[in-house]
Design a protein around this ligand. Sequence first.
Ligand SMILES: C[S@@+](CC[C@H](N)C(=O)[O-])C[C@H]1O[C@@H](n2cnc3c(N)ncnc32)[C@H](O)[C@@H]1O
Length: 232
Amino acid sequence: MSNPEAPSNVEGANSAGPEELKLIVQRGYDECSPTYTTWQDSRGVPQSVSDNLSRLFSHLKPNASILELGCGPGIPCTRLLVGHELELNVTAVDISASQITHAREKVQSPRVEFVHADMTKLDYPEGTFDAVVAFYSFFHLPREEQGPMVKKIAKWLKPGGVLLMNMKKEEGDDIVEKWMGVTMFSTGFGVEGNLKMLEEYGEGLDIEAKLVGEKLGLSVEVFFHWIWAVKK
Ligand SMILES: C[S@@+](CC[C@H](N)C(=O)[O-])C[C@H]1O[C@@H](n2cnc3c(N)ncnc32)[C@H](O)[C@@H]1O
């Protein structure tokens, strides 16, 4: 998760099914959305996010169509996407109604459409988007749903389109109590496992990955596994 300063971890993700795990995430963000929004408002933009967004902007053409998965309260990423001079058209999705409510307040533009949905339930025609981005959200998907999600994203991208996202570097399920005051689930395959999953499901994607540390707004440096994948 983007703020790892959590007081306690508990075992137990093993016994819960994917829908239950996503319900933990949805309920958690519904409850902590005011705290999360205030935290995002105050912490600024991590260098890793701004570097990757700059790279994305230099790759895109004016009026490109972007799908943002797990937009949260819309700050900083949705706002930066929508506010860019390229005049991008953004579809921003989140499973939490409360996060979407905050995002609608924070980012008001005719070029953004907010969608309250589980990203795994979305469906778009082949070649719909110039880019799909997911900042600090993919690791909330149960592991069995991550590969199929990558497969869908690969289909939705236009040739030359980009998937930009970050993943956890750690392997295994994690249920944390009292993360921003709520119970939260996240997971990952580990660095090698993430790549294996991306290669297996991301047919037609040219994948680049790197570990990047960030400290902004946190007392410890946290590393995320950043993915830049271009559809051939
Ligand atoms: C750590 S927050 C990141 C929010 C935002 N991208 C940012 O950078 O601040 C993760 C977000 O992903 C959303 N999310 C988690 N699982 C999701 C799913 N299955 N479908 C859509 N959104 C999801 C959560 O509700 C939450 O708003």
